[in-house]
Design a protein around this ligand. Sequence first.
Ligand code: NAP
Ligand code: F7E
Length: 342
Amino acid sequence: MKKALIFGITGQDGAYLAKYLIKKKYVVHGVIRRSSSFNTSRLDDIYEEPFKKNKKLILHYGDVIDSSSVFKLIEAIMPDEIYNLAAQSHVAVSFEIPEYTSNVDGIGTLRILEVIKSFLKRKKIKFYQAGTSEMFGGVQNIQDENTKFDPKSPYAASKVFAHSITKIYRDAYGIFAANGILFNHESPLRGETFVTKKIVKALTKIKLGKQKCLYLGNLYSKRDWGHAKDYVAAMWKILQAKKADDFVIATNRQFSIKQFINLVAKELKLKLNWRGKGINEIGFTSEGKVVIKISKKYFRPLDVNNLQGNYSKAKKILKWKPETSLAQLIKEMVNFELKNND
Ligand code: NAP
Ligand code: F7E
């Protein structure tokens, strides 16, 4: 049985990837951080009691800012594949805690690669790095593997470092180290402060009369949104390729935040109209109730306004393509919120 080690298993992608790999008959080891409240809820459906034999999911305490824990875990597990999904992944928050973000998202990657390098003679461990479309930042054209990076946040800058160091360790030491450059991907398990989840959750509550108003920032940035379950399949395929390489994973389609809101409202059968401009723009219902307002609080010092990927390389080499449309993704996210509000 193959062994995978996932850093960042408690996050959205970690949970989908763990389930995907267990289905593929892997034994999955996951690194969790000590927290004062439970942070494993996304794994509840695959959790196994500690004393159970032949476990498919084994959780360990660790942290990518703690080199010794990274070393000890890799030495003890000797996985076939390591997926580095660990990150302070919120772009806006990275402006508040830039040094911490760089330590986790940038140097954290280097810490793992150093350990893989030190065990090269014992085992050739494959490495996946969770790169991001944010690295393209200010680029205005459609983005693929040949597009130059232009990061616009401490988060994106640390991910560019992580991407580069992964490639450097591949070229210098022959490590099977691959970068996924994943565009935004969402799901019912998405963190609550990312814009899609925030919109779906709030509009559902508004529809049910449980919330009055939703406050948002920039409605005019555009994103290429896919489903996390499709994107974790791409992560696995990237590590099964003949040679380690870098791949853009996207849907090739782009929507603005405002278009996303309108699609969610449509799914909820909530009639939404718009009036005003800039900070004074409002969204209101047919009864005239103001349900969306703009708040300065949610604007970033710099924002990325245009992201749209081209996944041709992944299609050609990995035979990967996205399976879920934005409409299907929204339906799934809305149904999840409706169920939670029963
Ligand atoms: P997420 O939900 O924020 O999950 C991040 C994971 O990293 C969590 O398990 C978190 O643990 C863990 N983590 C944070 N700091 C850590 C540390 N110091 N040591 C060990 N683990 C740590 O993110 P996601 O959406 O699943 O994304 C997964 C990865 O893909 C991230 O690296 C993200 O930057 C990248 N990415 C995401 C997208 C996207 O659209 N979702 C697109 C491109 C790239 P806790 O639960 O304890 O906080
Ligand atoms: O913002 C705008 C915001 O935080 C999307 C992470 O997974 O994907 C994610 O980063 C857009 C931005 O995602 C609000 O200004 C408006 O333009 O959902 P988001 P993100 O910044 O694209 C990439 C690929 C990653 O790698 C990251 O880890 O929406 N926006 N109003 C808002 N955003 C938030 N969060 N909250 C608002 O109220």
